[in-house]
Design a protein. Structure first.
Length: 235
């Protein structure tokens, strides 16, 4: 008979799983629940994909196993978080275009908040703020950071150009972030994990910046690269 902990782990994977595999994971979970002697229909997922319901079931099995919730599964305010930022948000924005991973996107939300970015823009197939895995890594930042979804990344770029923002691409082969002079107002573009930033977007940029690499790898994970650039910019 499947244990409460194993059922909680199944739901954990369900919550963090992306897109296509959700229904398959739910069926596996339901089959496992049906094997238990204490089976109740309300413990099944069925056709429901509501994040709150799945999270409630996850918590049910964690507590049944004598365990508390894992910290990273509960998005929101944590111990040590402030009720308000130390300063007004900066005139710094980021455009996340065609980023496949909800985990990377959520990480960028959290990093953007930590370093004072005021706005996050999403376009292409970048996951939205309703995605459970994004919520898990953003840790609540998606609820207070201003974010917008654009039909076209070019519309986003033109919007910021009209407000006299400099458009900067974070991409390999650019000016080192160690020597780059960051403008007061800028939109920083990050792109796909494997393909980078599309040429039509690079053509719209005023500058391209890169992180110097001294190891064998030529690039960082996109969320790590954003963190490095955002931290250096804040100095």
């Amino acid at each position: 008979m499947p244990s409460p902990k194993s059922l909680a782990n199944l739901l954990r994977n369900y919550i963090l799983r992306i897109g296509k595999d959700w229904s398959a994971a739910a069926k596996v979970y339901d089959r496992q629940v049906a094997l238990r002697e204490d089976f109740k229909p309300e413990l099944l997922i069925g056709n429901s994909t509501q994040h709150k319901r799945i999270l409630d079931l996850y918590l049910h099995w964690r507590y049944a196993a004598g365990l508390g919730p894992e910290r990273d599964m509960l998005a929101g305010k944590e111990d040590g978080d402030r009720d308000a930022p130390l300063c007004e948000p900066l005139t710094h924005a980021v455009l996340i275009h065609n980023l496949r991973s909800a985990h990377n996107t959520g990480s960028i939300f959290r990093t953007a908040d930590c370093f004072g970015f005021s706005e996050i823009n999403l376009s292409g197939y970048t996951p939205g703020i309703e995605h459970p895995a994004l919520k898990g890594t953003a840790r609540g930042c998606e609820t207070w950071l201003k974010s917008r979804r654009w039909e076209s990344p070019l519309e986003c770029i033109n919007f910021y150009k009209e407000q006299n923002y400099q458009i900067i691409a974070l991409e390999t082969g650019g000016t080192s972030i160690n020597t780059f002079e960051w403008p007061k107002k800028f939109l920083l573009i990050v792109g796909n994990e494997e393909l980078g930033i599309a040429k039509e977007l690079l053509d719209e940029c005023n500058s391209k910046v890169s992180i110097p690499m001294i190891g064998r790898k030529a690039s960082l994970n996109v969320s790590c690269a954003f963190a490095a650039a955002a931290a250096l910019k804040s100095k």
